[in-house]
Design a protein around this ligand. Structure first.
Ligand code: ZN
Length: 269
């Protein structure tokens, strides 16, 4: 089996996870910027985090032979402080040329507040000006449908952004159609307790088809399973999916989306 982990928060994982992922056939990992479990107190905290994502973490992954890419932003959970967000957005361009940076993400909404909306618009503008791909986080549970609609409206209203250069992550049964009908890619996050379970994700794939879709484990500091993409692939096989169809979802689809960034290349062989 070969697969890509397109959304994994590796800074919160141990080296055993890297070893297990590579052993299971992981060909590369992509790490969006996210909330660290606490609010950072100043722009310097983000500066250091962006250095970690673009310098230290790729070296740690390389020790296991795993290519590491990342996305940069101030995440929605820390977007209430608009002044801090402005400072963070201002330092992002100095990191965008680094070799493992794929784009702006994971931006989006958490509580669907007015300030989060402002910061979302700031990021979309930054991505448009810098011609960057976008990775979007959608809110949890009861806020998800409303938040997804707001996000789709904000991105759609910026004519500089091509929808097929945007992936909206954490879709579920009630948001997948909305996202793909608007021309975006959709991500399904395989969590043991919330978001999509492997069984629900496969039901969605069987009902809606597997175009413009990827699977990820998120594997952050909360309850999550770094091997949930290959575990889901095994479940697909059990349900009668062909090796080719599984490969499309867990390997070829992420490559198709991510290759829109020229820096995304996998080593040959
Ligand atoms: Zn995430």
């Amino acid at each position: 089996m070969r697969y890509i982990e397109p959304h994994g928060h590796m800074v919160s994982r141990v080296t055993d996870d890297y070893l297990d992922m590579v052993t299971a056939g992981c060909a590369c990992v992509c790490e969006p910027a996210f909330w660290a479990g606490y609010d950072r107190s100043s722009v310097n905290g983000f500066h250091d985090y962006f250095c970690q994502l673009t310098d230290y973490e790729p070296k740690r992954a390389a020790k296991f032979g795993l290519p590491h890419f990342c996305w940069l932003c101030i995440n929605p959970k820390e977007s209430e402080d608009v002044k801090l967000a402005e400072e963070v957005v201002a330092i992002i361009p100095q990191f965008l040329e680094r070799p493992n940076v794929l784009g702006i993400g994971e931006i989006g909404l958490n509580k669907n507040s007015r300030n989060e909306m402002k910061v979302l618009e700031m990021h979309v503008d930054l991505a448009a000006r810098q011609n960057q791909l976008i990775l979007v986080h959608t809110p949890h549970l009861e806020d998800k449908l409303k938040g997804t609609r707001l996000i789709v409206d904000v991105i759609k209203s910026d004519r500089r952004i091509q929808p097929d250069r945007v992936i909206i992550d954490h879709v579920e049964e009630h948001t997948i159609k909305l996202v793909r009908d608007a021309g975006f890619w959709a991500g399904m996050t395989l969590y043991p307790e919330s978001k999509c379970s492997p069984a629900r994700a496969i039901d969605l794939l069987e009902n809606y088809g597997s175009d413009r879709l990827w699977l990820n484990s998120a594997c952050d500091w909360g309850v999550s399973i770094p091997l949930n993409v290959p575990y889901t692939a095994l479940e697909m096989k059990r349900r009668g999916w062909s090796a080719e169809d599984i490969d499309k979802v867990i390997y070829q689809n992420p490559i198709q989306f991510l290759s829109q960034c020229k820096k995304f290349k996998l080593p040959k062989g």
